[in-house]
Ligand binder design. Structure first.
Ligand code: CU
Length: 319
């Protein structure tokens, strides 16, 4: 299991950043320990229980959601389990460091540590950068680090009623080589939090889960594109994104958007607000048909009976 424990409170001091910017803040920041273990395991990749050999952070696809505050120092430790066959690494998109140092790969049985300050708020991908990256990422080595803004919630960035994390990745046929993955050969489908049609009982008779909300609620999605080559055309069928925060940064707001492009290795934060006076349902889709009809559809059920626990109190990834 990964461990996130806040070990100390520190005060960010004004400092010249890597790009010559001044970072000054009186908001108490913390040092946050994050430990992950890479595990090469057999996992179900659809609701019927079909499995594939996946490479993972902490045994799940996606890996655990890391959540810190802007200004926090992340004290990260990666362990490559001794039973693994591959070298692995960690590339946090929220970090400003040295690709040849912090992000270098380690062999089975080895561990490494590095630190970074989470300077920019938003939703950032993390992934393995070991060679071949096409294979390591498309076998499941990715996740989300959320950096909450130091200003907290504001009029421009209101507190949501519910919050969900969705990570979209690729699934290739078992046995597809790293080279073929790179070129997109033998692509089989889109994984939503690790499974095709994970939350879509409409298109998959084996699906038992859906996302839920109540009429009138503001539902916030942090949507990660962990696919190795393809963008995601994110659209809420029967709805309109009330706001899109590109890269999850409260300063990057677009209003009233139908479809938003998420390039590979990028994440956005989007809000959906349903009418308060009637039940509705939405299908959150990658509107590219190749991917929608091969796994990338997520149903949001919206009615008065919604499960009060879903999308609340840190229950961001529904499993
Ligand atoms: Cu790896």
């Amino acid at each position: 299991m990964s461990k996130f424990n806040r070990v100390a409170s520190v005060f960010s001091i004004p400092a010249m950043g890597a790009f010559g910017m001044l970072y000054a803040s009186a908001v108490p920041a913390e040092v946050v320990n994050v430990d992950m273990v890479v595990k090469e395991v057999e996992l179900a990749v659809d609701n019927a229980g079909n499995t594939q050999k996946m490479w993972t952070y902490d045994g799940t696809v996606p890996g655990p959601v890391v959540r810190v505050k802007q200004g926090d120092v992340v004290n990260f430790r990666l362990k490559n389990d001794k039973d693994n066959k591959q070298s692995h690494s960690m590339d946090f998109h929220a970090a400003i460091v040295d690709v040849l140092d912090e992000f270098s790969e380690i062999k089975p049985g080895d561990s490494k540590k590095f630190q970074f300050e989470a300077r920019y708020p938003g939703a950032f991908v993390y992934h393995c950068g070991a060679s071949s990256m096409a294979e390591h990422i498309s076998r499941g080595m990715y996740g989300l680090i959320l950096v909450d803004p130091k200003d907290g919630f504001t009029e421009e960035f209101p507190r949501p009623d519910r919050e969900y994390v969705i990570v979209q990745g690729d699934l290739f046929k078992e046995g597809t080589s790293a080279e073929d993955r790179k070129w997109g050969k033998d692509w089989q489908g889109a994984l939503i939090n690790g499974k095709m049609f994970h939350y879509d009982p409409v298109h998959d008779e084996n699906a038992t889960l859906a996302l839920e909300s109540r009429p009138g609620e503001r539902v916030r999605f942090h949507y990660v594109n962990a696919q190795i080559n393809d963008p995601v055309a994110l659209h809420p069928i029967a709805g309109i994104w009330d706001r899109v925060y590109d890269n999850g940064n409260p300063k990057n707001i677009s209003y009233g958007i139908q479809t938003f492009n998420i390039p590979p290795a990028h994440a956005i934060t989007v809000d959906l607000v349903s009418p308060p006076d009637r039940p509705t349902n939405n299908a959150i889709v990658d509107h590219a048909m190749k991917r929608a009809l091969n796994g990338a559809i997520t149903v949001l059920l919206n009615n008065e009976d919604a499960d009060p626990k879903k999308g609340r109190d840190g229950n961001l990834v529904i499993r």
